[in-house]
Design a binder for this molecule. Structure first.
Ligand SMILES: [Zn+2]
Length: 175
């Protein structure tokens, strides 16, 4: 951290404290060469992780969404909110620790199911069937997109066919 007065590179930290929202740290420093004091702000390197759906759409990884799904699956089951919070925190930590900027919703679902299975069989089955349902819907969307693309190509081909016939005809007439 260069001193703003003499550009010396070394300073000692007199005091550091997080800024109120916790997104950065404020440090009071003293230059080791000229002795003058200055303040620096160090921002945490926060890289958001995106959840990728089957159809390729992305949205920021959202722990409340996972929790909602779990609460639904655990309705009337002897599972505490603390247990569910712990599952979500575990999954969130694992996702962040992968060090990648993207994670598929299928992977998230698998991670949740793995933990839920150890907690409650019924909740596990409910969550798994819900997860499967969403996966099937995503697959339908994917298939529909493929179908549309194939139809577009067929239409293009059909548009080109008359052109070819006309060309063939015109070469004939010029002969
Ligand atoms: Zn200095």
């Amino acid at each position: 951290m260069k001193c703003p007065y003499c550009a010396h590179e070394e300073s000692k930290v007199l005091d550091s404290r997080p800024v109120e929202d916790g997104s950065s740290i404020r440090r009071r420093r003293e230059c080791l060469q000229c002795g003058r004091r200055f303040t620096t702000y160090e921002r945490m390197d926060h890289v958001p992780v995106m959840a990728v759906k089957r159809d390729g759409r992305r949205e920021p990884f959202d722990r409340t969404k996972i929790l909602k799904g779990l609460v639904l699956a655990c309705g009337k089951r002897p599972v505490s909110m603390d247990d569910l919070e712990r599952i979500v925190s575990d999954v969130e930590r694992d996702v962040m620790n992968r060090g990648e900027h993207e994670v598929s919703t299928l992977q998230i679902g698998a991670m949740v199911m793995e933990r839920l299975r150890q907690l409650d069989d019924v909740a596990y089955v409910r969550f798994a069937s819900e997860h499967r349902r969403f996966r099937d819907v995503d697959m339908l969307v994917e298939e529909a997109a493929t179908f549309k693309e194939r139809k577009r190509r067929e239409d293009e081909m059909r548009d080109q066919v008359p052109l070819l016939t006309v060309e063939a005809g015109s070469t004939k007439t010029t002969k």
